[in-house]
Ligand binder design. Structure first.
Ligand code: NAI
Ligand code: MG
Length: 356
């Protein structure tokens, strides 16, 4: 047994987060065991439930608590009765900003056993990654409301693009492309309509191209780009966008690859100076929470991304293989994928596949 040991803050959160995160942890522990390292999970009850009890989503020194960990594994936060802006600005946004998790990364891959809503598309057609700028851009607090409640009422919200912020997300996208067979980056823009920030984004994309020779590039306005995700998913390898455009693309992409119950995501601090955060794309799913039927695959794939980032690529591969094996077995698939298994049975099938 080696002494490779990772300390991971585990925040199941609300709803199905509390059902799928334990499955992901168990699967990660199983591959850790097989690949000679160990994980110390630090459970944290940060959630809407905690907000109801204490008036805060997380304790005041929450960020300091997770800074000591190697990474953060999060289920989902949000629950009826607590406004979504409370859970977002009380937990997710502080984590993203205070830990400088500037790259939001969502792989989009059509896996065997999953049907794409795009007719006639198979495994070879959909395999790309959406890279979203995660800490600046359109999601800024700069702005305000004027003349509230009068007929002159107005609202202003400013977009902030910094050279540092844009360059580093573009560099991340290019570096990622270099690790992939097709070595191609597509930029999402709208420089015809948004005449200050988007031409600046385009200029920085041009400069990034010069820094990264050997990577193919394309650029589309966001409107036609969304259409092309649906019409020509095979055109894309790495797709990079601002906070707003990336947000839209990073929901559309996984939707093209089937159920939201399988889509993973990472919020990365590529400098590794602070811990990164890994979470399934889906939310807390109040409509199915407590029934034990949530698909745990997104949480498991997310755990694989986390192990890969922590420097355990072989363990990540074992986990992905196990998950892909389970997806091809209708008896091990959950209901959202037309199967019959519940969360626990799907988790057990994954553990069995890991054991080989
Ligand atoms: P959602 O992702 O929770 O659910 C959308 C639909 O997909 C529901 O019908 C749900 O049953 C289904 N679904 C989601 N995950 C599934 C899984 N693993 N297996 C099977 N079916 C699954 O999105 P919704 O309903 O918009 O949001 C619910 C709450 O979650 C809200 O409070 C929202 O703010 C929060 N949320 C939190 C996120 C996060 O923590 N990062 C992300 C998205 C939503
Ligand atoms: Mg979103």
């Amino acid at each position: 047994m080696s002494n490779r040991r990772y300390v991971i803050a585990s925040i199941p959160g609300d709803g199905i987060g509390k059902e799928v995160i334990p499955v992901g942890q168990e699967a990660a522990d199983a591959v850790a065991d097989r690949h000679g390292f160990s994980i110390e999970w630090r459970p944290l009850d940060w959630s809407c439930e905690r907000y109801d009890r204490t008036g805060r989503m997380m304790p005041e020194d929450g960020i300091d608590q997770v800074k000591e960990c190697d990474s953060i594994y999060l289920g989902a936060v949000g629950w009826p009765g607590v406004p979504d802006h409370v859970s977002l600005w009380g937990l997710l946004i502080p984590l993203r900003r205070d830990l400088d998790l500037y790259a939001n990364v969502r792989p989009v891959r059509l896996l065997e056993g999953v049907t794409s809503p795009l007719a006639g598309r198979g495994k070879a057609d959909i395999d790309f990654v959406v890279v979203r700028e995660n800490v600046e851009g359109e999601y800024s607090e700069i702005g305000g409301r004027l003349y509230r409640g009068t007929e002159h009422e107005a609202a202003v919200q400013e977009t902030v693009f910094t050279r540092r912020g844009v360059d580093r997300i573009l560099d991340y996208a290019f570096e990622l492309a270099k690790t992939r067979p097709r070595k191609h980056v597509t930029s999402a823009t709208k420089s015809n309509g948004i005449v200050h920030t988007m031409p600046f984004w385009d200029e920085r994309f041009e400069a990034a191209k010069q820094r990264h020779p050997g990577v193919g590039t394309a650029q589309f306005h966001i409107d036609i780009l969304t259409a092309n995700f649906v019409l020509h998913p095979d055109w894309f390898d790495v797709v990079v966008g601002s906070n707003l455009f990336g947000d839209i693309l990073s929901d559309l992409g996984p939707a093209c690859a089937g159920s939201i119950g399988i889509a993973p995501s990472a919020n990365l601090n590529p400098s590794r100076a602070l811990p990164s955060m890994f979470e399934p794309v889906h939310g807390s799913a109040p409509d199915i929470a407590g029934k034990g039927v949530a698909n745990p695959i997104a949480a498991v794939w997310t755990a694989a991304m986390m192990l890969d980032f922590l420097g355990e690529p072989e363990a990540a591969k074992t986990l992905e293989k196990a998950m892909e094996a389970v997806l091809t077995d209708p008896a091990a698939r959950t209901r959202d994928l037309g199967g019959t298994a519940d969360t626990k049975a799907c988790g057990q099938a994954i553990l069995k596949a890991i054991a080989g």
